[in-house]
Write a protein that binds this ligand. Structure first.
Ligand SMILES: [Fe+2]
Ligand SMILES: [Fe+2]
Length: 275
């Protein structure tokens, strides 16, 4: 296999409906569009990673709807737990996804048979919106990283492990950043960390790797650097991220927008301006 292509979709929040001045948007409809977009793309996607907040309120019928839709994907998919998710319900609904029950309390697992090794982490702290990597989860990660120190590795986690500079999402961010960061810094096989949760695109060079926050495939929040009590949902173009592994280049990330956008006419090959 020359290329290996992973699509990351995140923060589906099915079960929520948002009123915009132009009308109501049901987030289940956004998931339908996302699945269609990925299935119709010609990007040769090998695997879809769904990095948390699959539903908004934890309702069983919403999880069932999400599963029915994700099962329409033409390629396999994996699930990472988010702060709006419930571990037991994920295990129950996605019962044929054996990796969800593999490691006791937490939903942490590795995918080994791909050109890029994938390690999925569980940052859920039930009953809160902030995230946590506790000692137990960190020790598990340490063990897994030591197993294959030379293999290019992508870490998937719902909560970003760094401060974004936006106070609202940072207050709902992950606890245990310092210890986690020290472990990441000791492992130079980590080619990227992919997260979600803030519903905005952010990227940082951090602890010797690159950490991405991928925007929601359903709705965004505004870019807000001030302290605010609440954030209103924003109707920007929904997006997802593609990670394309080319052994000759490395892991390149591409943001792709979900929906149909118009092409303009090309000017042809650009020529230098005349003096
Ligand atoms: Fe979310
Ligand atoms: Fe979240």
């Amino acid at each position: 296999m020359k290329y290996f292509t992973i699509a990351q979709i995140t923060d589906l929040h099915v079960g929520r409906a948002i009123n915009f001045p132009s009308g109501e948007v049901k987030l289940f409809d956004q998931l339908v569009k996302t699945v269609k977009h990925i299935n119709n793309s010609d990007h040769s996607i090998d695997l879809v990673a769904v990095t948390g907040d699959l539903v908004n309120h934890g309702h069983l019928d919403d999880y069932n709807k999400v599963k029915r839709e994700l099962d329409k994907l033409k390629c396999p998919y994996i699930i990472v737990v988010g702060n709006h998710d419930q571990r037991q319900t994920l295990r129950q609904i996605f019962h044929e996804h054996n990796y969800l029950s593999g490691n006791g309390e937490f939903i942490q697992y590795t995918i080994e048979d791909k050109p890029v090794r994938i390690i999925a982490l569980d940052t859920l702290e039930p009953g809160t919106h902030y995230g946590l990597i506790c000692e137990k989860r960190l020790n598990w990660l340490d063990e897994k990283l030591q197993e294959q120190p030379g293999k290019p590795t992508l870490i998937l986690m719902h909560h970003p492990p760094f401060e974004t500079g936006m106070p609202y999402p940072d207050n709902l961010g992950m606890r245990g950043k310092k210890e986690f960061g020290a472990l990441i810094a000791r492992n130079n096989q980590i080619v990227a960390i992919a997260s979600g949760h803030t519903h905005r695109d952010s990227v940082i060079g951090w602890k010797g790797t690159v950490v991405y926050i991928t925007p929601s495939s359903a709705f965004s929040y505004s870019l807000e650097f001030n302290e605010v009590d609440d954030l209103d949902p924003l109707q920007e173009p929904p997006a997802y991220r593609i990670f394309r592994w080319d052994p000759a280049i490395g892991l390149v990330s591409h943001l792709d927008y979900i929906g149909n956008y118009e092409f303009g006419l090309s000017e042809g090959v650009p020529k230098p301006p005349e003096n």
